[in-house]
Design a protein around this ligand. Structure first.
Ligand code: HEM
Length: 175
C-alpha cells in the first residue's frame, strides 16, 4: 500500500530532538550515552536542494497556485465543500495542503514544524472519504494541475503520486 506520508520531515525533526535529549540525559559516562546518528536528509532542509521537484517546478509559488486552483474547484463541489470544517473559509486548508505538498516534494518542512507528523490517513478519518469523494478530489486536482502546464514528465510524476495518495485516503465504501 502506498504511504502518502512518506515524507522525511518528522524523522529529521526527531533526530534533532533526540540529540538534545542525549545531551541532557543522565549519562555522566560519555561511553554510555546513546549513539545518535544524524542522517542528513536534504529534502527537508530549509534551503531545498537544487534538484528537488519543488525547485524544478518553481517552488512555493507553483505549489500555492496548484492548491488555490484546486480549492476553486472544491468550493463548487456539493460533496467535498461541506466536509471542510472552516468552510466557506478555505484559507487554512489551502495553507495546510500547500505546506504538505511543498514538503513532500522537497521544499521546506514548515508543514511538519507546524503540524507534526502528517498522519494523513488518520487525519482524514473524521471525513467520509468514499470513492465518490476521492474521484471528486482527483477531478479538481487534475484540473488544477493542468493549469500549471508543467513539462509532461513532471506532470506525470506528480499526478501519479496524487492519484495513489487519493486512493490510499479512502476510508469507507459506504455512500
Ligand atoms: C481523497 C479525497 C480527499 C478528501 C475528501 C479530503 C478531504 C480533506 C478535508 C475535509 C480536510 C480538512 C480540511 C482542513 O485542513 O481544514 C483535509 C485535510 C488535509 N488533506 Fe485531504 N482529502 C483528500 C485527499 C487528500 C490527499 C490525497 C492528500 C495529500 C496528497 C491530502 C492532504 C491533506 C492535508 C495535508 C490536510 C491537512 C491536514 C492537517 O494538517 O490537519 N488530502 N482533507
Amino acid at each position: 500500500m502506498t504511504d502518502p506520508e512518506n515524507v522525511a520531515g518528522p524523522e529529521s525533526a526527531t533526530g534533532a530532538g533526540a540529540e538534545n535529549a542525549a545531551e541532557t540525559a543522565n549519562t555522566a559516562d560519555p561511553t554510555k550515552r546513546p549513539k545518535i546518528r544524524i542522517i542528513a536528509k536534504p529534502a527537508v532542509t530549509p534551503d531545498a536542494p537544487a534538484d528537488s521537484m519543488w525547485e524544478l517546478i518553481g517552488g512555493r509559488d507553483t505549489f500555492e497556485k496548484l492548491v488555490r486552483e484546486f480549492y476553486v474547484g472544491v468550493a463548487t463541489d456539493e460533496v467535498l465543500l461541506p466536509m471542510y470544517p472552516e468552510q466557506p473559509n478555505l484559507e487554512g486548508a489551502i495553507q495546510r495542503l500547500t505546506g504538505f505538498l511543498e514538503q513532500y516534494w522537497g521544499g521546506p518542512n514548515t508543514y511538519s514544524q507546524e503540524r507534526g507528523h502528517p498522519r494523513l490517513r488518520q487525519r482524514h478519518m473524521p471525513f467520509k472519504v468514499n470513492p465518490d469523494a476521492r474521484d471528486r478530489w482527483l477531478h479538481h486536482m487534475r484540473n488544477a494541475l493542468d493549469t500549471l502546464e508543467l513539462p509532461p514528465l513532471y506532470d506525470a510524476e506528480i499526478w501519479a503520486y496524487l492519484d495513489r495518495a487519493a486512493h490510499a485516503m479512502v476510508n469507507t465504501f459506504e455512500d
